[in-house]
Ligand binder design. Structure first.
Ligand SMILES: [Fe+2]
Ligand SMILES: [Fe+2]
Length: 135
């Protein structure tokens, strides 16, 4: 079963983006589940690759939405996306190379950074999306 820890305080005012956030957090949650049941390293890599792929697609669509509603902080938001993807890429590399302790670092990163980004940064574009949707 896929569980997501999405909550109402992450509502960005757009159903499609909310759905993508639910799914992103659910895929991230799969990593924690896999780690908890001592899944083999190969499986952890596959799940993290899925997180990376989905995050990349989601960020692209989200940036397109922000551009469509003339969100003024698009440039800094895009940089935040790039930093998240860069971090995931490094963690994926370390996981593939068997760096000691990286499995737990990834769990902490996925548990905190994605949730914090949605709550603190994605919700900032909500009024602009709502204005676009009301037009
Ligand atoms: Fe997002
Ligand atoms: Fe974002």
């Amino acid at each position: 079963m896929v569980l997501s820890n999405w909550s109402a305080e992450m509502d960005v005012g757009d159903d499609w983006m909310n759905r993508q956030h639910r799914w992103l957090l659910a895929v991230a949650g799969c990593y924690t589940q896999a780690l908890c049941r001592n899944a083999p390293q190969r499986e952890l890599v596959e799940v993290l690759e899925e997180v990376a792929d989905y995050a990349r697609d989601h960020f692209r669509e989200e940036e397109a939405l922000m551009a469509a509603c003339n969100y003024p902080d698009l440039a800094s938001h895009r940089r935040a996306h790039q930093q998240l993807l860069a971090r995931i890429t490094i963690l994926l590399l370390e996981l593939r190379n068997g760096v000691f302790g990286v499995e737990e670092s990834i769990r902490q990163f996925l548990g905190h950074s994605l949730t914090a980004h949605i709550k603190d940064q994605d919700t900032q574009y909500r009024p602009y999306v709502q204005t676009l949707l009301a037009a």
